[in-house]
Design a protein around this ligand. Structure first.
Ligand code: BES
Ligand code: ZN
Length: 465
């Protein structure tokens, strides 16, 4: 019998209640009016870390940071045992009824075998899976098999600035033998997957200005270049007719995957296709020629227009010639692409194609983060694979994910081995209305997290013998 797992089973109803308590705190990190809620959640998490018997739990307010980082430590496994850092984020994306939610976004509701709430899959499922796995291990007679640093971030959805500064200034506080980034999703409920790559990201705004102020389009229309039109013309030149990014140099550093890796990834394409049909459900596929859906998500960089703004778009009509226009643009990056270089290339290209009839400026928003590529043949990967197989009853497939977790690259520098363990499903509608998890996700997550830590403990112990 495994004590930690039977403890988890016995306490599953309370774990679920605590998960719901955390879900009710609207930890939206991008909007300042939620700062008090983010702080409240941080304090709640630190309190629970102390309650489950961790040696320390700190709510860290870092210089220049908007929201606290919570760091809990437990060193009861002794000096000869390895240290595992567990990372997850407790902040969430904004959510409001008018975005299309069927129920209050911050009140967890169970319907048809799913639990609906903002943050349910991204990423409080992971915060609670790791925290409750630790509780189960610390409460069982053998105690924890490894030393633990539990690092919970409150700014992942809004730039990860504090944590990056913290890691640069105090790397010894996070340095560990193994790091687990607990976030993301597996391929399907019947098919777990092990993510070994994440894309990087760089975000920017393109500002285009024309006349000194908004003008009457009758008095001045036809005599000057409308900034919205100029912006649309610039933005339309960033891709070619096939969907490839047409910024010179954009693909220079992209490493082409070899045939063996593409063959291995082919297994997960069928799941990606199914997911695309069910969730994306656009009229027709569109994307870089020569790559399937899974490859477009995992292997290739992108440039996306995330928002356009300018002129009048309210009810009725306004015959206005806008003074300015703006586009929000982001690029997803693959290994070897440098966020700064990509921004510089875009800035040069935009300057070259901006007509003299308007003023254009491309501004970088965040520092950006490079992509991460993890070793697939490491002790931590093997322990993660065994943990998924244990919790799902099926061995995981390898997968490259398309999302970004900004801290990944920096964590790789200070931890010997790193794995990504997500317990959600892609139909969980992360970032969208009606975000949800399957009701058994938390139990599976806790189980997999326990199994992983026990596996790491056993691997390191057997090496010492
Ligand atoms: N959970 C996601 C990251 C993710 C998505 C991992 C899909 C694996 C698969 C995370 O919370 C997220 O949304 N990150 C942002 C980062 C951005 C705001 C800098 C993202 O990818 O857009
Ligand atoms: Zn997210």
């Amino acid at each position: 019998m495994n004590d930690a797992r039977s403890y988890a089973r016995e306490h599953a109803p309370r774990f679920r209640q605590q998960y719901e308590t955390l879900l009710r705190i609207p930890t939206v990190s991008t909007l300042p009016q939620y700062s008090g809620d983010v702080e409240r959640a941080a304090q709640w998490l630190a309190r629970d870390m102390r309650a489950i018997g961790m040696d320390s739990a700190e709510v860290l307010h870092l210089p220049g940071g908007r929201h606290p980082l919570v760091l809990g430590e437990w060193h009861g496994a002794g000096e000869s045992a390895p240290t595992v850092l567990l990372y997850a984020h407790y902040d969430v994306q904004p959510a409001a009824m008018e975005d299309g939610w069927d129920s209050d976004p911050f009140e967890p509701v169970e319907r048809d075998g799913r639990l609906y709430c903002r943050g349910s899959v991204d990423s409080k499922l992971h915060v609670m899976s790791q925290l409750k796995a630790l509780e189960s291990l610390l409460a069982s007679p053998g105690g924890g098999p490894v030393n633990i640093k539990l690092l919970l971030e409150g700014e992942e959805e809004s730039g990860s600035e504090s944590i990056s500064a913290f890691m640069a200034q105090q790397p010894q506080r996070v340095r560990s033998d193994v790091a687990v980034i607990s976030d993301g999703v597996v391929l399907a409920p019947q098919q777990p997957s092990l993510v070994y790559a994440l894309r990087g990201i760089v975000t920017m705004e393109l500002h285009v200005e024309g006349p000194a102020q908004d003008l009457h389009s009758g008095h001045f229309g036809g005599t000057l270049h409308n900034p919205l039109q100029a912006l649309a013309e610039i933005v339309a030149q960033l891709h070619d007719a096939d969907g490839r990014v047409s910024v010179p140099g954009f693909y220079d550093d992209v490493v082409e995957a070899d045939a063996a890796e593409r063959a291995q990834l082919a297994h997960s394409n069928a799941w990606s296709e199914r997911d695309w049909e069910a969730v994306a459900a656009a009229p027709l596929h569109y994307g870089e020629p020569g790559f399937n859906t899974q490859e477009r998500i995992g292997l290739r960089p992108t440039l996306e227009i995330n928002g356009l703004n300018g002129g009048y778009s309210g009810p009725g009509f306004k015959t206005v010639l806008p003074q300015r226009a703006m586009a929000k643009i982001s690029c997803r990056l693959v290994p070897q692409q440098d966020p700064q270089r990509i921004f510089d290339l875009l800035q040069q290209h935009v300057a070259a194609i901006t007509p003299p009839t308007v003023r254009g400026e491309l501004r970088q928003l965040e520092m950006g983060s490079p992509a991460a590529l993890l070793g697939r043949d490491t002790r931590a990967m093997r322990a993660a694979a065994a943990a998924y197989e244990h919790a799902w009853g099926v061995a995981p497939l390898f997968e490259r994910a398309g999302g970004s977790i900004p801290v990944t690259y920096a964590l790789q520098e200070v931890c010997e081995e790193l794995v990504i363990m997500g317990f959600g499903y892609r139909d969980g509608r992360a970032h969208g209305p009606n975000e949800n998890v399957h009701v058994d996700s938390l139990e599976r997550g806790v189980n997999a997290a326990i199994h992983f830590l026990q596996g790491i403990g056993a691997t390191y112990n057997s090496l010492q013998v």
